[in-house]
Design a protein around this ligand. Sequence first.
Ligand code: MN
Length: 205
Amino acid sequence: MSFKLPDLPYAYEALEPFIDAQTMKIHHTAHHQAYVNNLNAALAKHPENEGKELSDLLSNLDKLPEDIKGAVRNNGGGHYNHDFFWKVLAPAGSTSMSADLEAALVKNFGSVDAFKEEFEKAALTRFGSGWAWLVKKADGSLKVVSTPNQDNHYMCSDCVNDVPLLGLDVWEHAYYLKYQNKRGEYAKAFWNVVNWDKVAELGGF
Ligand code: MN
């Protein structure tokens, strides 16, 4: 049993003009596929780890053999993060923020705009490659965080039980063809293609 590249729930051009079709196609068929292939190749070196859930692998990296620990962290994280990312995107105008989700954002951040500002700041100030996230903590509070590389909540003992509600890939491969060095413009454009139905569902709102 091995991990597989998931199909996208929309066409590559469905997020235009905010995320362009060429970027989506390369991101899915080349970058995400490579994470899947490299994850499977690493696990094949130690077949006793094949068949495990991705969440189990990522939250127990220390238990993996030294020679595949890094590959599973980077490529397993890459597979998890991208699988998540595709699900929280949707064609512009196809979803809208529910009243319950809006109330939760207002309660935790003061306003929806303040939440977006904090999220964009997390995206913009992540040095190098990584992700910005909205997570629900075990106590029910919402927090904006960011992770380097392909790390995620499974790799941190204080956040392993966080529930990610929204994630933004801020690797240059996610935006450079259209936005070049303007990561902030990409982060602002992202709001047009957020799948708010999915965010609400993940958060139980
Ligand atoms: Mn990516």
